[in-house]
Design a protein around this ligand. Structure first.
Ligand code: NAP
Length: 317
């Protein structure tokens, strides 16, 4: 069984189905704000994907997910639109329950439920993120799009991700405006120094974004000084929200699967195995560092191969 339907889940499904493992992919149920979780994962919130190999002219996130699903189904992957809500990894085969009340069994499970970007939580932020209106939670995914070239771009956050994304955006932007709620960054000194040495960076300290303006595309944000409550308007052609991610591992609570302090699945080194034999993980649910569609897909492949070998060693397949 594969839980999750982003690039990691579908790639695991393609490999598992081609190995005649008869996979069932439990793809999730759409949920809405503040952090949308969608079948297909975070790419369903992206417009143009230009860095997934094999698409020289780019592909939209939803189209890419359709292709991956079709490829997985072509080899016999069964698809179930539901959420896994409980896992019993002590019984063999494993027993899982879904939000809609189904009871399922599996000899091996691949967890590929991904992570969701944290958003500020403003209605216009989400609307423009969904419609490709210049609000994004991934500069590496979207920053190189022509529409951002030479533009005034905002980055919200003060951690390593914000530093990395802002540094990346300086290659394309007119000016990168880093908007942070405190007077110092949380990020490592090296990454701060690298960013602050660049000529086209301006930091807006002690500021939070309280409004996003624009009809089809973002035009400006409303900033509020947390100390004085004074509001100012900052004209922007793009806004990148980099305030952390949350892995979708709530359903694993009590299952015995080992998570790290931030809730990501812990893997045994150099493999996709979790601490429970027969349970594997792939993609953003166990990766807070790379978080790319192509790295998630690669991890999905690894998990399917590890699962296949484990099942063969157990004599199940
Ligand atoms: P993070 O370290 O949790 O930082 C999140 C940042 O967003 C913080 O500065 C926080 O402000 C701010 N923030 C949180 N909620 C906010 C809100 N509602 N409104 C405004 N600001 C908000 O997350 P991250 O930067 O994504 O990093 C996650 C992990 O990955 C870290 O361990 C990091 O070191 C690692 N990472 C490493 C690299 C690298 O080494 N190349 C690159 C990226 C990430 P406060 O500071 O005030 O709390």
């Amino acid at each position: 069984m594969i839980i999750g339907s982003g690039p990691a889940g579908w790639t695991a499904a393609i490999y598992a189905a081609r190995a005649n493992l008869s996979p069932l992919c439990v793809v999730g149920i759409p949920k809405s704000d503040p952090s949308p979780v969608l079948p297909g994962g975070q790419l369903m919130l992206t417009t143009e994907v230009e860095n997934f190999p094999g698409f020289p002219k780019g592909v939209t996130g939803p189209e890419l997910m359709e292709h991956l699903q079709a490829q997985a189904e072509r080899f016999g992957t069964r698809v179930m639109q539901d959420d896994v809500s409980e896992c019993d990894f002590e019984s063999r085969p494993f027993r899982l329950k879904t939000a809609d009340g189904a009871s399922l069994q599996a000899h091996s499970v691949i967890i590929a439920t991904g992570a969701v970007a944290n958003w500020i939580g403003l209605a216009d932020e989400m609307r423009l993120a969904r419609s490709g209106g210049g609000v994004s939670a991934c500069a590496v995914c979207d920053g190189a799009l022509p529409v951002f070239r030479g533009a005034q771009l905002g980055v919200v956050g003060g951690g390593d991700t914000a530093m990395e994304e802002a540094t990346y955006l300086t290659k394309f932007a007119g000016t990168v405006h880093v908007i942070h709620r405190r007077g110092e960054f949380r990020a490592s000194k090296t990454m701060q120094d690298r960013l602050l040495a660049l000529p086209n960076v301006k930091v807006h300290w002690h500021q939070v974004v309280v409004g996003v303006h624009g009809v089809d595309r973002i035009e400006a944000v409303e900033l509020e000084d947390v100390r004085t409550k004074a509001r100012t308007r900052l004209a922007l052609g793009g806004l990148f929200v980099a305030i952390g991610h949350a892995p979708a591992t709530g359903f694993l609570r009590g299952s015995g699967v080992e998570l790290d302090s931030k809730g990501y699945v812990n893997l045994r080194s150099r493999s996709s195995s979790t601490n429970i034999e027969g349970v594997f993980a792939a993609g953003d649910v166990c990766d807070s560092v790379y978080r790319q569609a192509v790295t998630a897909a690669g991890m999905g492949c690894q998990a399917a191969l590890d699962s296949e070998r484990w099942l063969a060693a157990c004599g199940v397949h």
